[in-house]
Design a protein around this ligand. Structure first.
Ligand code: ADP
Ligand code: GLC
Length: 511
């Protein structure tokens, strides 16, 4: 039996701001088996507790620097049998809304403390220093919020193996030096070889430098982040650790995202009943107050309104797009400037452009089902889940050739169309003209119903569920556990384990 502790800062359906929530709410479920015992650890945010159903306190622990105890609440991830532990410390987590940002969209001022606490609790559980009779063989951490877990575990004897997954390198958890001292981290960690990043404390660097194995969420992004264009300043370190880095494509929750039985859409449909997609289009047009026109191409977009997603390109291209025979619906929240700019444009294009600023899970499903095409002109995209949902829903994705988008969407070139492989339209550059050209290609393609339906079916038949990727993670865990055991057996002395790459070697440089 392999025990895995999955540590994340969000997991659907308890709390979600983006794709990390989808992954942390579905990968551990897919990993469960008679050979694998997975537990999910999350902060007990106000909203997560409200959605969690029955919870019981299973243990209480003390954490350095905190005068009150921390409780671990146990429940099941709703709709699954996955044991989920919530870290209950109300001063840190009992606040409604976004887990990372306040009502004005600013990071909570105590974020460093909040996620240091999550790390401390993960480490205490990982080392079996609680009343719980369960210890993991692997601790699998996700993104900067969990970056300190591998750091704190590194010097410990008989520790579990650590895996750190990068979902988005652009979010690094950077804090000033005074936060580093306030957190009480060992002074040796303030070095460019450890947590220091251009005079700041970097949580994500901790995960990258100290975890036994690194993964990211697509093979292409695994290469991209080793280059200055996508590496956000960490490309050198990532390149140095390239042997430990694997790109494993995200999967989707095939039960929640299934057009044949999605409770949030107007009519179920499948690759065998494509005609039943139309009532969803009409429902979507109605929902957004657009004229119900079956022939007009309807393009959907769902996502965080930030530069990553190319929303600036869409705004720049809008006059050109609105010259074409199409309708565009956008659902998103994000930077106030983009929200305001989108709102301002709606009045200029009545009946053509509709925007819903907000977070709405149901509407996201209806857009995936009702749109003919899904737009994702991202500047970078570690994996992207929306294009996977689009493929499953027979909604042709129009995507940029980056990261996971490049790994999952097959461009409708003449050759790919003939071979029956094409599933979408790919644009090479993040430029307005490239975006317009791609949309034009999609509009022309749609006029050929036979080819269009073939593309829809090809995408719908591809298996994007966790099946393959969960098996890859299991292989990686196995290798990592073995390597960790050998490593620990050969290492009586782990005093200077805080020197990444030189763990336990007395000759390692001192920082
Ligand atoms: P990212 O994690 O970078 O935001 P992904 O494509 O991996 O991008 O995942 C985004 C997830 O969040 C998808 O499940 C998408 O449907 C959801 N999502 C994003 N914005 C919204 C929104 N405004 N309303 C509903 N769901 C949203
Ligand atoms: C990040 C990325 C996105 C990815 C998601 C889940 O938020 O931006 O591309 O799909 O994490 O891994």
């Amino acid at each position: 039996m392999t025990n895995i502790l999955f540590v994340a800062s969000e997991a659907h359906p308890l709390i979600k701001t983006g794709g990390l929530g989808d992954v942390a709410g579905s990968l551990p479920v897919a990993l469960q088996s008679s050979h694998t015992d997975v537990r999910l650890l999350l902060p007990a945010y106000h909203d997560a507790v409200a959605r969690a159903g029955r919870l019981k306190t299973v243990t209480t622990l003390t954490v350095p620097g905190l005068d009150a105890p921390v409780r671990i609440l146990e429940g099941r991830l709703p709709g699954t049998s996955l044991i989920t532990w919530l870290v209950d410390f109300p001063p840190a987590y009992d606040r409604p809304g976004n887990p990372y940002l306040d009502a004005l969209g600013q990071p909570w001022p105590d974020n460093a403390m909040r996620f240091m606490l999550l790390a401390h609790v993960a480490v205490t559980l990982a080392l079996g220093r609680t009343r719980l009779k369960w210890r993991p063989d692997v601790v699998h951490c996700h993104d900067w919020q969990t970056g300190l877990v591998p750091v704190l575990l590194a010097p410990e004897k008989n520790r579990p193996a650590t895996v750190f997954t990068i979902h988005n390198l652009a979010y690094q958890g950077l804090f000033p030096y005074k936060t580093f001292t306030a957190l009480g981290l060992p002074a040796s960690l303030w070095s460019p070889g450890a947590l220091e990043f251009h005079d700041q404390l970097s949580f994500i660097k901790g995960g990258i430098a100290f975890a036994d194995r690194l993964t990211t969420v697509s093979p292409t992004y695994a290469h991209e982040i080793q280059t200055p264009e996508f590496g956000s300043g960490l490309e050198g370190l990532l390149h140095q650790r390239a042997e430990r880095l694997t790109g494993i494509l995200n999967g989707i929750n095939g039960e929640e995202w299934d057009p044949a039985c999605d409770p949030f859409i107007a009519k179920p449909y499948s690759a065998h009943r494509l005609q039943d997609k139309l009532p969803n289009k009409l429902a979507l047009q109605k929902k957004f107050g657009l004229p119900g026109e079956p022939q007009t191409s309807l393009i959907g977009m769902v996502g965080r309104l930030v530069q990553q997603k190319g929303i600036d390109l869409v705004l720049e291209t809008l006059p050109g797009l609105m010259h074409r025979p199409l309708q565009l619906v956008i659902l998103g929240t994000g930077e106030a400037g983009y929200e305001a700019a989108l709102r301002a444009q709606v009045a200029r294009y009545p009946g053509r452009l509709a925007v819903h600023i907000g977070y709405d899970e149901r509407l996201a499903h209806l857009i995936e089902a009702g749109a003919d095409m899904f737009l994702m002109p991202s500047r970078f995209e570690p994996c992207g889940l929306n294009q996977l949902y689009s493929l499953r829903y027979g909604t042709i994705p129009i995507v940029r050739h980056v990261g996971g988008l490049a790994d999952t969407v097959v461009d409708a070139t003449e050759e790919n169309l003939k071979a029956g492989k094409a599933t979408g339209v790919v644009l090479a550059e993040a430029r307005a003209v490239a975006l317009l050209t791609a949309v034009d290609r999609a509009l022309v393609l749609r006029q050929n119903t036979r080819r269009w339906n073939q593309m829809m079916r090809t995408g719908m038949r591809h298996d994007f569920t966790w099946h393959h990727s969960a098996a890859e993670y299991l292989r990686l865990y196995k290798q990592t556990v073995q390597a960790n055991r050998q490593h620990q057996d050969n290492e009586p002395n782990r005093k200077d384990a805080h020197v990444p790459g030189k763990r336990g070697k007395r000759s390692g440089p001192k920082h």
